[in-house]
Write a protein that binds this ligand. Structure first.
Ligand SMILES: CC(C)(COP(=O)(O)OP(=O)(O)OC[C@H]1O[C@@H](n2cnc3c(N)ncnc32)[C@H](O)[C@@H]1OP(=O)(O)O)[C@@H](O)C(=O)NCCC(=O)NCCS
Length: 193
């Protein structure tokens, strides 16, 4: 397995993995073109990145991280909003409550880090073989190299594989919140040693 930085050629596959594997939050509701544009914006930012895992040239997983998720979303709305919005407008309206919940997510309230894992997903046929762990470890190592000392992630409290993955990578639960319309979620934090 190879773990490497994603580039523009990976965007369609990353969006497909996100849409197929992640049901949590508002992003999957917005469709693949929207996701592809969002991840394109991630690649264009100096403080955010996508890392992919490939098995024999097939991309089987990805992780996306932003040093400041709020700044990423704001620049996405300003720079890509018109194009993404035209395509996804009806779904955005239907998801507006969730969008606002995510944008309003109170990072400062609990003294949580700005850096956040936006998403991680591994193809079902490749799950349970250490791919997710390799991706998240690569992401935290990259953040540390960028001078970021702590990273958070929000995941549904009943997402057992995700909680297992994050704990195995050194994350610990810092808070329990209801960010996604009443669904209990856990906020886990990794801190550089
Ligand atoms: C969460 C996910 C990325 C894990 O990827 P993976 O490649 O299967 O995980 P790994 O094989 O690297 O396992 C990493 C750790 O998680 C644990 N884990 C993985 N799947 C698990 C499961 N179903 N139940 C309990 N623990 C699990 C493993 O035991 C391992 O711990 P260890 O290193 O202490 O042995 C994968 O299940 C997935 O894509 N899920 C759907 C998308 C999702 O929910 N993403 C998170 C929210 S954004």
């Amino acid at each position: 397995m190879i773990v490497r930085d994603a580039d523009r050629r990976d965007l369609a596959r990353v969006a497909a993995l996100h849409a197929d594997r992640i049901a949590e939050g508002f992003l999957p509701r917005l469709g693949r073109p929207f996701l592809e544009r969002l991840y394109r914006r991630v690649l264009l930012r100096p403080d955010a990145f996508v890392i992919v895992a490939a098995d024999d040239d097939r991309t089987v997983g990805f992780v996306a991280v932003a040093a400041d998720l709020g700044a990423l979303y704001r620049s996405f709305v300003v720079r890509d909003g018109a194009v993404a919005g035209l395509r996804a407008a009806p779904r955005i309206l239907a998801s507006l409550k969730r969008v606002l919940e995510t944008l309003r997510y109170p990072a400062s309230e609990r003294d949580l880090p700005d850096a956040e894992i936006l998403a991680v997903a591994v193809e079902a046929s490749a799950a349970g073989r250490g791919v997710g762990r390799a991706l998240v470890d690569a992401a935290t190592a990259r953040m540390e190299a960028l001078g970021v000392r702590a990273v958070k992630v929000v995941t549904a409290a009943d997402n057992v594989p995700a909680l297992g993955l994050y704990r195995s990578c050194g994350f610990t639960t810092r808070a329990r919140v209801e960010v996604h319309g009443g669904t209990p979620s856990e906020v886990l934090v990794w801190t550089a040693s």
